[in-house]
Design a protein around this ligand. Structure first.
Ligand code: UD1
Ligand code: MG
Length: 478
């Protein structure tokens, strides 16, 4: 259902003093996204008339995120409290009948919960409806003072709790639904009666309730949805929850995850059925993995696209590249952006690749650097082969055909073309093109000197005997 009578306001102007950071609070990340982005994404499906973010600290950076997600911004300067933030946004909110308010630092809230909050508010004809949660440790949060049954008398900030109120463990999430016609007059009466001299939105609740407006409370189905991120410890806790939810999603879709609490998966990652993730794997960015793949321990994949039945051996680091069906890569392989390993290719240990295509069934099994290279199918690159693609000023391409055999420890100085079926002798420094089916050899000729070694040994043994006579005699006396 679209909610065209509703405006959504996200409070995102604060600095986040308790984080001790030069980055504004809502720009901090948890679960692979900024806090602000999480909140905006939860709001979008509600189909509200508009979404507005109140911004202040690092306004430009915060606005970039908001505007990219179709959110209008209003500047609050200086930041005189959560109630003041609403007053600043009053004109932008316009004539919306209802206003949903969310803090930019409570990123775990879900769309269904916001929907239920708004539905309860409409049905109860309330002046305000609060999302609350019952926490084992409510420290740091405003507490809910209940009136009768479902209704609320006031929110009391932690600093203003009377001793007997410290036991209250139902907290204010700072997520509210208001009826505009009742909110604005109440907010006009709020005074900055606190040590920070701020206008607290929370103080409007007691005013609404006293005026016979109904203030309802909806308890969050999962208390974690109400958690704010005021400290680094809060951020870590929220991040843990997001990661847990994402792993559970992939497991529901048929992915095996070993020691799940050690595996980090970003929100946009996808993985197919019967894929196995070993402990300490990280799947980041927009990584997409096919079916029946195995990603072994310690591997980090960022913006990677993998086909089916791919094996990534332990401790690979791979970014922005494509791997087709049946490829085996690693252990300790590094793929830098724009690399493409075609079907059945094999990339082995301590191999680095950049902007290169490795054709079907080709192998680069050991200790190589392959950059700016196009390689055909069924070629074999010996251990230690290096493409020299950079002269300190420019990058140059290397082209290797089909069924090429490059002997170990070759350096291929680009620009270079090696034709189909060619051979490169081991240890060559190849600087000229090698045509199809030719042998390229570029190294000093070997000289073999018969009997040289035994003669050398005799000479050395003789010299030794002359230099240590005294020692030998001493030994004999004993
Ligand atoms: C607030 C509530 C508290 C609640 C808690 C839930 C108040 C006075 N207290 O406390 O009852 O339990 O959230 O997390 O509202 N902001 C602005 N402009 C300002 C001040 C704040 O935009 O002038 C924004 C902040 O960026 C933040 C949000 O409002 O995203 C909440 O502010 P914060 O300082 O985190 O309030 P809490 O102390 O957490
Ligand atoms: Mg907060």
């Amino acid at each position: 259902m679209a909610n065209k009578d509703t405006a959504i306001l996200i409070l995102a102007a604060g600095k986040g003093t308790r984080l001790k950071s030069s980055t504004a609070k809502v720009l901090h990340k948890a679960g692979g996204r900024t806090l602000l982005e999480h909140v905006i994404r939860a709001c979008h499906p509600l189909g509200a008339k508009k979404i507005i973010a109140v911004i202040g600290h690092q306004a430009e950076k915060v606005a970039d995120i908001a505007e990219a997600l179709d959110v209008e911004v209003v500047l609050q300067q200086p930041q005189n409290g959560t109630g003041h933030a609403l007053l600043v946004a009053k004109r932008a909110i316009g004539n919306a009948k209802y206003i949903i308010v969310l803090p930019g630092d409570a990123p775990l809230v879900r769309t269904e919960t916001l929907r239920a909050l708004l539905a309860k508010h409409r049905k109860g004809n309330a002046a305000a409806t609060l999302l609350t949660a019952v926490l084992a440790d409510p420290a740091g949060y405003g507490r809910i003072l209940r009136k009768a049954g479902d209704t609320v008398a006031a929110i009391i900030e932690e600093s203003q709790l009377a001793p007997e109120q410290r036991e209250l463990n139902e907290i204010n999430s700072s997520i509210y639904c208001f009826t505009s016609a009742q909110l604005w007059p109440a907010l006009a009466q709020v005074k900055p009666d606190n040590k920070h001299r701020e206008i607290y939105l929370t103080d409007a609740i007691a005013i609404l309730s006293a005026k016979d407006g109904t203030v309802l409370a909806e308890i969050a189905p999962d208390a974690r949805e109400a958690l704010g991120c005021n400290t680094r410890a809060d951020l870590a806790g929220v991040d843990r929850t997001f990661r847990e939810w994402k792993r559970e999603e992939l497991m529901r879709e048929g992915v095996t995850i070993q020691l799940p609490e050690t595996v980090v998966i970003d929100p946009d990652v996808k993985a197919g059925e019967d894929t196995v993730l070993e402990p300490c794997v990280q799947l980041l960015g927009k990584t997409k993995i096919g079916e029946r793949c195995v990603i072994k321990t310690g591997s980090i994949l960022h913006d990677m696209v993998l086909g089916d039945e791919v094996t990534i051996e332990p401790h690979c680091v791979m970014t922005s590249s494509r791997i087709d069906d049946g490829v085996i890569a690693g252990p300790f392989a590094r793929l830098r952006p724009e690399t493409h390993l075609k079907k059945g290719a094999r990339v082995g240990n301590f191999v680095e690749m950049k902007k290169s295509t490795i054709g079907e069934g080709s192998k680069v099994p050991h200790l190589s650097y392959i950059g700016d290279t196009k390689m055909g199918s069924k070629s074999n690159i010996g251990a230690g082969t290096i493409t020299c693609n950079y002269d300190g000023f420019h990058k140059y391409p290397t082209s290797i055909g089909n069924r090429v055999f490059v002997g170990s420890d070759s350096t291929l100085v680009a620009p270079l073309r090696i034709g189909d079926g060619a051979y490169i002798a081991a240890g060559s420094a190849i600087t000229e093109n090698v045509p199809a089916d030719a042998l390229g050899i570029a190294r000093g000729r070997q000289a073999t000197k018969k009997g040289w070694a035994s003669k050398k040994r005799r000479e050395l043994a003789g010299a030794n005997a002359h230099s240590k006579p005294a020692k030998a005699k001493r030994k004999k006396k004993r």
